[in-house]
Every structure is written in C-alpha cells, then in structure tokens.
Design a protein around this ligand. Structure first.
Ligand code: MIC
Ligand code: SF4
Length: 625
C-alpha cells in the first residue's frame, strides 16, 4: 500500500529502499503550537498562496488560551490561513488528527503535518507523515517533501477483540513487542482478517500510537468499513479502495491475534514500559484523563459513559473527559452521555489537547495520572514530578470508579455500536483570500535569517545526555512554554529546562557549543522548537549514537549537523574543534581538553549537505529559486 501511494507521488529520485526521494504532498496540516513558526516560515518563502490541494490550520493545543500570547497566536493563525488560502479550524473544534480523519482525509493521498501524530490519518488509508514546520511550509507552497524510503513492516491481525479489550491495547502490544525504537526506518502496514473487525476510529488509535515506535507512518487498508465511515461523515464520495497486491513483499512481519489480547497499561517513563493489567491492578492513582488524539472518538467517550452511567467515580481522584472533536462532543450531548458522565462526577472539558501536553490538570507531587493519551515520559504532563500511565478508555473508566488501576474485563460488558455521526463544520472556516489582513500580536517574532555553515566548528560540550532523550526533554511543552511558541528568543531560555536549568544561560555565555546525546536522540514530537531553540542559543552540532527521524530532519533544517559517533569519550566542558569544510567520509573531531581524536560521521544525503552548508532549509530553498 505504501509503495503504491509513494509511486503515485514520487517526483524526484528512485523508489528504492534506503534512497532519498522527493514526494508530492496533497494535504498539509498545522496546529497552534508548531503552526505559528510554520506559517512564518511559509511567509518567508514569498509565495502568494498555498499550492497544496488542501491545507488546514488547526487550533487545539492551547485552545483554552490561558495566556494572552496564545490568544494572539490563534488570531495570527486564523488571519494568515485565510490570507494564503488555507482552511482554519477554530478553538473548541477539536484535535487536528481526529478532525482530519473525520472531515478531510482521503485514502491513498498524502498528508504532511507539523505534528508527529499525523499518521493517525492512516486509520482511513491516508499516508500521513509528521514533520517539522519548515518541511510543512515548503510542502504547503507546492515544494516536495524528502524522505528516505523506509522498509515495510506488516502487522497481520487475526481474531477479534474480547469485551473490555480495546484498540489501545493493540497499540500497547505493538510497543511492548517492538519498543519505542522498533519502528525506526519503517512504514507499518496492517493486514489480515482481524482488520475488518476494527472501526476507523479504532484503527486511528493504533496508527496514532505507532508514532511512538519511531515508524515514519502507519496505515490500514481502505475497505468497506472505511467506506461506511466516510458515508457517515457525509463524505462517501471521498472513498476509494486501498489494498496491498496479492503476494506483496514485506521486510518484516509481525502477527497479533486480537482475541488473545488482554488489557495493558504503559507505566510511567516510556510508552513501551507496558505491563499486563494483572501486574498493576490495585495501583493507587490520583487522576484519570480520557481524551486526546489517541482516544478522543465518540466511540471511546461513549464506551466510558456506558461504563460510568448510573455510578459515581471515586472522589479521592479527579476524573476528566475531553472528547477529540466537536462531533464527539455534540453526539455525547444528543445521546445523554454528557449528562451521565457529569452525574457520575466527571469533569467535561471542551475538545482539544488540554491535559495531554500539560495545559491544565497537571499532576501534583508524586501523583500518578492514568490517561488514554500516547506519551508518558518525564515532564509530559506539565510537571517534572507528576507521573503518567497510559491505557484504554475501558481501563480508565474502570479505574475511575475505584481510584485504583482496575480491570474492565471484570465489569459487566458494555456494547456500543455507532451507526450515525453528526456532522457540524461550523467552526471550520473557508479562506477569505489576499484581502485578509494578517494580525500579529507582539509575541509573533520573525526568525533571524539562516547563515551559511562556517568551515570550522569550535566550542565546548555544554551538556551530555543519556539514551532516548525526548523532544519534551529538549524543550518542554506545557504551561512553562506553550505561549512562547512564536517567540524563539524567549522560548529558547527553557532549553533542557528539566535536565539542567542553567543550560540556556551557559550556552549564551559561552557563545554556543555542542550537545552530546545517546541513542534515539530527539524521539517524540515534531516540535521544531527542539532544534530551533538550540540554534538560537548558538549550538553548533549535536553528537549522538542515533537520532529520531523528525528531530534529525529538524536539526538539518536549521543547519545543525546531527553527527554520529561513539559519545563515551566526550564529557561536559571538553573543548572541541571540528573542520567541516569537507563533509564527505569520516571527520576527525579534536578534543583539545583531553588531547584526543575521535572519528565522527554523518548520514546526510547530498541534498542535506547542501542544505546545512546554506544554513538550513529556508536559505537553501531561497538559493534554489
Ligand atoms: C505532542 O504530542 O508532543 C505534540 C505537542 O502534539 C507535538 C507537537 C508540538 O510540540 O507542538 C507533536 O506530537 O509533534
Ligand atoms: Fe495534542 Fe496530545 Fe495529540 Fe499531541 S498527542 S496532538 S498534544 S492530543
């Protein structure tokens, strides 16, 4: 399926595994925390209008507008989208990924989003890829998106989920088996007789969370189930079939028997810290949060409502429900679930990202919050000290009743069938066109121009980190920074805030320097601020053992070379010297402090080498004109 889609979109390079190709992008999406930068970058391209078939600017991450700066960001996003010809989804309408598969996704087409969970659209058979804002800006302007052609991992599903077991458990099972690194360099394709037992929202839960394996994208076939879902969305005409050819080859295959799965929980730390429910049942919790782009569908909410109807949640904890879209929100009102949840003691919050990135409901000291979201690493919920565990809406609802992790399979079965959906696009605005004045608050700060790479990089190692450093560790989201996403000089002050509060000040004082990471450096979000902020602080290069795909691309886009090397011999304070006048083959890194020489290399393509030499993607794109 992915080969078919790529072959219809490839415009540059040969479609061979491991080779770099440039593909045409049909749809683009931006959201409010990465979108302001993406749109400023789009503006700097000097185009009159967007050129991709459809671009939607969504507001969802800071929809509650708890700071005036975020409100200014929203107005900027609304007016700039309208000016350049993009649709705009207003605050309160829901989370970009859920909205995109509900209202816009088309099987077989490509979607590039400035958010790592863009593969959610794969639940409807669309090839969604997460990228940094600069890549999305270029694609929105009709430019190609470049990627290394991944291998394909086929996951064959058989059987059917048992009552109490959910699509989320499939996602957690995949993470348990292949880990947060197991998808790196792969597209994941779902196949097998079990596929037809899963609805589109259930499939979208799985593709959403395959992001956590490091996969470039993941996709389900587009079949009769997809067709019925598109028809319920009033978009029957958008449906096309998508299936693999008989005898198609895969690089790897994994089998999951849905009927054998049990409820699972990813305990704090990493999304692959997965446990059988039996191992963690009875663990005391302090909060339950049901929502996010992983589990925000009407079906998910309705299941929770049916489980809590006529009962009360435990008053020792807080229970919050935030549907993923206004469609789900309205339907919960129409069918009485909203009232049932409210009477059960649940706090209902408007559709949006909300607690998922720590906008509200930040867990307290030593607290454990049980959530249906997709990420649970340190700092994710908006504080360093609160912990997050991941589970299905079924586990969350069962646990909400007793204030402890509980097994939904031990409760009476609930059956939910969705046979109609309410469509309401009132908060999706059509563009007005060039006449629209772009309104910018003082927080919208234009990026400084990208400067060509010097021939020598010199400076000090400013920080040394372990394996699996997430973009949340590099640049935390949540209440600290969320309102500063459009203001790079200000947000840069929070770089590595939870790892080392003095980092930004030290980097500024020393006029930049180097970062040393471990394995899978930069895993997690597409947030290009995690590359832009170090760039703003004068970081000259990163040395690590391996990089997560999107962060690697973001570093290159801002002109920072992600070097590969054995980092064991590098320490904080080491003075380094690296001649980068020739970027071919191995380079010799001179450690002046230790009087040591270290071989370093990079895996940049020729195009990427040209890009870093120019100073980054924007400078390179300007040079190409
Ligand atoms: C996330 O879930 O980490 C985010 C917040 O949606 C990010 C985007 C961002 O940093 O704004 C993502 O997934 O890319
Ligand atoms: Fe929003 Fe959370 Fe989804 Fe990111 S993972 S898009 S913060 S709901």
């Amino acid at each position: 399926m992915t080969e078919k889609i790529l072959s219809r979109h490839v415009q540059e390079g040969a479609l061979e595994k491991g080779a770099e190709v440039g593909i045409r992008i049909d749809h683009c999406l931006t959201q409010d925390s990465t979108g302001t930068m993406a749109w400023l970058e789009f503006e700097s391209l000097g185009l009159e209008r967007i050129k991709a078939e459809l671009v939607v600017s969504y507001c969802d991450h800071t929809s509650l507008g708890f700071k005036g700066e975020s409100t200014d960001d929203h107005i900027f996003l609304q007016t700039i989208a309208s000016h350049y010809g993009a649709k705009f989804s207003k605050n309160g309408n829901g989370v970009c990924h859920q909205l995109h598969y509900e209202r816009f996704a088309i099987p077989g087409k490509t979607l590039l989003g400035s958010d790592s969970h863009t593969p959610t659209a794969g639940g409807l058979g669309m090839l969604g890829i997460g990228a940094g804002g600069m890549d999305v800006a270029v694609a929105a302007g009709g430019g190609l998106f470049h990627l290394t052609v991944p291998k394909v991992l086929q996951i064959v599903l058989t059987g059917k989920l048992s009552p109490g077991v959910a699509a989320k458990d499939v996602a957690l099972e995949i993470l348990r088996r292949i880990s947060v690194k197991g998808g790196v360099g792969y597209f994941i394709e779902f196949a097998g007789p079990g596929v037809k037992s899963l609805s589109v929202p259930e499939r979208a839960t799985i593709t959403n969370m395959c992001t956590e394996t490091g996969a470039t994208s993941s996709i389900f076939p587009s079949d009769k189930v997809t067709e019925a879902f598109a028809a319920m969305q009033g978009r029957g005409g958008d449906w096309v079939e998508l299936a693999p050819d008989k005898g198609a080859n895969y690089d790897k295959t994994l089998k999951i028997d849905l009927s054998k799965l049990k409820p699972l929980v990813a305990m704090p730390g990493m999304p692959d810290n997965v446990h059988d429910i039996d191992e963690v049942v009875g663990t005391k919790i302090d909060q339950v949060y049901i929502g996010s782009c992983t589990n925000g569908s009407y079906y998910d909410m309705k299941v929770a409502a049916e489980m809590l109807k006529g009962k009360h949640v435990c008053t020792e904890i807080d229970v919050i429900v935030s549907p993923g879209s206004r469609q789900a929100w309205e339907m919960l009102m129409e069918d009485g679930s909203f009232l049932a949840l409210t009477k059960a003691g649940v706090r209902m919050i408007e559709p949006g990202c909300n607690a998922c990135i720590g906008i509200g409901f930040v867990p307290g000291h030593g607290h454990l919050s049980l959530r249906t979201v997709n990420r649970n690493w340190k700092g994710r919920g908006g504080s360093k000290f609160g912990k997050i565990a991941l589970c299905s809406p079924q586990v969350a609802a069962a646990s909400a009743l007793v204030g402890k992790i509980a097994n939904p399979c031990e409760l009476p079965k609930v059956k939910v069938k969705v046979d109609h959906l309410t469509v309401d696009d009132y908060l999706i605005l059509e563009p007005a066109g060039e006449g629209m004045e772009i309104r910018r608050g003082p927080n919208i700060v234009q990026l400084e121009p990208q400067k060509p790479l010097p021939s020598v990089l010199e400076g000090e190692v400013l920080i040394k980190l372990g394996d699996g450093i997430s973009t949340d560790a590099i640049l935390p989201a949540g209440p600290l920074t969320q309102h500063l996403r459009s203001n790079l000089p200000e947000i840069a002050k929070f770089t590595f805030y939870y790892e080392d509060k003095e980092f930004a000040a030290r980097a500024q004082e020393k006029n930049g320097g180097f970062i040393v990471g471990g394995d899978n450096y930069g895993q997690g979000s597409s947030r290009e601020h995690a590359a832009l902020a170090p760039w703003q602080l004068g970081i000259k290069a990163v040395f690590a053992k391996s990089y997560a795909r999107i962060h690697r691309a973001n570093l290159i886009n801002v002109g920072i070379i992600p070097f590969l090397c054995d980092t064991d011999r590098l320490e904080v304070g080491d003075q380094l010297h690296l001649d980068v006048s020739k970027l071919s083959g191995d380079l010799v890194l001179i450690n002046k402090t230790k009087d040591d020489k270290l071989k370093v290399h990079h895996d940049l393509s020729q195009r990427e080498v040209e890009m870093v030499k120019a100073g980054g993607l924007l400078a390179y794109t300007a040079e190409q004109k």
